[in-house]
Design a protein around this ligand. Sequence first.
Ligand code: FUB
Length: 327
Amino acid sequence: MTEPAKASQPLVTHIYTADPSAHVFEGRIYIYPSHDLDRDNASNDNGDQYDMEDYHVLSMEHAEAPCTDHGQALHVNDVPWASKQMWAPDAAYKNDTYYLFFPARDHDGIFRIGVATSASPAGPFKAEPNYIPGSFSIDPAVLVDEDNRAYMYFGGLWGGQLEKWQTGEYDPEGAEPAKGQPAYGPRVAELSEDMLTFIENPQEIAIVDDAGNPITADDEDRRYFEGPWMHRYNGKYYLSYSTGTTHKIVYAIGDNPKGPFVFQGTILEPVLGWTTHHSIVQFQDKWYLFYHDSSLSGGADNKRSVKMTELTYNEDGTIRTIQPYAV
Ligand code: FUB
């Protein structure tokens, strides 16, 4: 069943924002987006057009409330290991501390994932001097599970360089798998108690079909591309992500945080603009999808705006597909 988006307006219009990671902290909805710059960049497959330099934190008192911009929370100039491209972040709360996880290119042009801390969910955040050892690629999403163990999900193809990490080392010649081969999965690593390091080498997540066969690289309607998100619903783990070239947000369900995950279907049909990126959060008794599109900029890939809409489940735990522009 398809649900029209109930609220399809940008949450803020004074800046461009993308890649929203939403959480409920201290009774408010906090949104950790990328901050797209108002520059007329040409698009390429390396993602050079996404030249973001800082993060702003947004928040809302409730789902219908106006959205507050808390101002600059972290700038690339204040991250010793990073050189450019502050891409999709996420945040987590543990140890009476708020953690901002973010990818950026290091001084060798390789994407790594760093962490910054704050006493407030609105920031500002102070970055650790080095990236998380063993981290690579982009799009961190962190789940603090009910047992208080924390897991980071990450990885993105092409500009995000995931295909260049298949040997465990960065290989500039790394490419996507051949037709019919299993697609590359996102990575997961459990975080240390202090949330600043991995306690294990990142593992590749398996996404399979109903028969248990891996989703293949040429199955572009279902294969993993970037933008992982993890949430729990009725005791199951829901891994959702972007399919990249087919521009969908899809999901798979598993019984534990590391999978395997069985592919289910589409959460969000394509939006205006090349990328699609989302998060899912419960606030009070409703669930919400946070996503972005390029409507406000008239379709510029690198000038996106964060939006939200209600997300609903069927009785069997499947998610109803959302058409972003249905009325
Ligand atoms: O915002 C830059 C990149 O675009 C993100 O890291 C990807 O998920 C895509 O949304």
